[in-house]
Design a protein around this ligand. Structure first.
Ligand SMILES: [Zn+2]
Length: 334
């Protein structure tokens, strides 16, 4: 069944049926979502999971397809389209990266600059230049390294079984849920507690995972957009304290603006765990902070009436078929 489904998808993409269908529809854009791009994704996989990593080879191929078969546009262009000041080219595609991994500069930007494709990079400012890994990478690392058969979680007041792969995945997911409600020191303490409870030394990654300010300026000088991805990467819809939430949304913007000496108007909602990833309060706050656009991880195309502060994004997928299917479907859907 799966084979047949992918055959049909491939046939629809290869024959151009979806492209033909899209030709007669209203203008729309697709925003592609990436995180990490590494020459060898297996290296460092204890920290950054395969679900958010593309190999440089696959990423380069995907960008070549974007350059050949679609029209690359910037987030600024999409904003102008949404406020009816600029038209979109046919099959407009914007590229985005979340978190601020060093490989974004070393691997992804090298490909993008060679092909002349612009992108937006959303940075978690509390992680900029840090030797330490983001909290969700540390939690993943602890679960990858633990020798224990059980996680006695003080946060949940219960033990999680770790032997069967499905139970271990459920425990990891519960750990993400626990930390994604927290910010700053509370979040750090929760991560330390998890490492302690799993019997894993809190170590630094073998090499720095995140970009520093000089590297971000280099990205910016190449013409890419820099946006905010909060201070400490919580799920903002689940941060209960108002002042902590304000700091995540306002302070990250202020830091970027002060280091880059220019306005920063693009925001990306972190989505490490839990649903939803935004609510009426976070929406009002992104507006109040002065962001002009905000992207989510919800799927779907950008249309003229899309809310600029709740923009949908497309999963890039890992194979060529999946990548083209996800994009073509975006332009073909009614
Ligand atoms: Zn993120």
């Amino acid at each position: 069944m799966r084979g047949l489904k992918s055959f049909v998808k491939r046939a629809l993409v290869k024959t151009g049926s979806l492209e033909l269908a899209a030709r007669f529809r209203v203008p729309r854009a697709a925003i592609l979502m990436y995180h990490s791009v590494r020459a060898d994704p297996k290296l460092g996989a204890d920290w950054i999971g395969p679900g958010i990593t593309h190999s440089t080879r696959v990423f380069a191929h995907q960008m070549e397809l974007v350059g050949r078969r679609f029209s690359p546009v910037t987030l600024d262009h999409i904003l102008l389209f949404l406020i009816a000041q600029k038209q979109l080219p046919r099959r407009a595609v914007a590229i985005t990266f979340d978190d601020g991994y060093l490989d974004n500069l070393e691997e992804a930007a090298t490909v993008l600059n060679r092909l002349g494709i612009p992108a937006a990079f959303y940075l978690t400012t509390g992680l900029i230049g840090q030797a330490d890994a983001p909290w969700f990478c540390r939690v993943r690392h602890a679960f990858m390294k633990t020798k224990r058969n059980e996680w006695p979680s003080s946060g949940h007041q219960r033990n999680w079984e770790l032997v069967a792969p499905a139970s271990r995945d459920a425990a990891l997911s519960a750990a993400y849920d626990l930390c994604s409600r927290l910010t700053k020191k509370d979040q750090q303490q929760a991560v330390y507690a998890i490492e302690l409870e799993l019997g894993v030394e809190p170590v630094l990654p073998e090499s720095r995972l995140m970009m520093n300010w000089d590297e971000i300026r280099t990205l910016r000088r190449s013409g890419h957009i820099v946006g905010s991805h909060t201070l400490t990467h919580p799920n903002t819809a689940h941060v209960s304290q108002e002042d902590a939430l304000r700091a995540e949304i306002f302070e990250s913007k202020r830091q970027l603006e002060s280091y880059l000496r220019e306005p920063v108007v693009h925001f990306s909602y972190p989505h490490p765990a839990l649903r939803p990833q935004w609510n009426a309060k976070t929406l009002a706050m992104t507006r109040e902070a002065g962001y002009a656009t905000a992207v989510t991880t919800n799927p779907g195309p950008i249309r003229a009436h899309s809310n600029p502060l709740l923009l949908t994004r497309i999963n890039a997928g890992s194979t060529e078929d999946e990548f083209l299917w996800n994009l073509e479907r975006t332009f073909a859907e009614t």
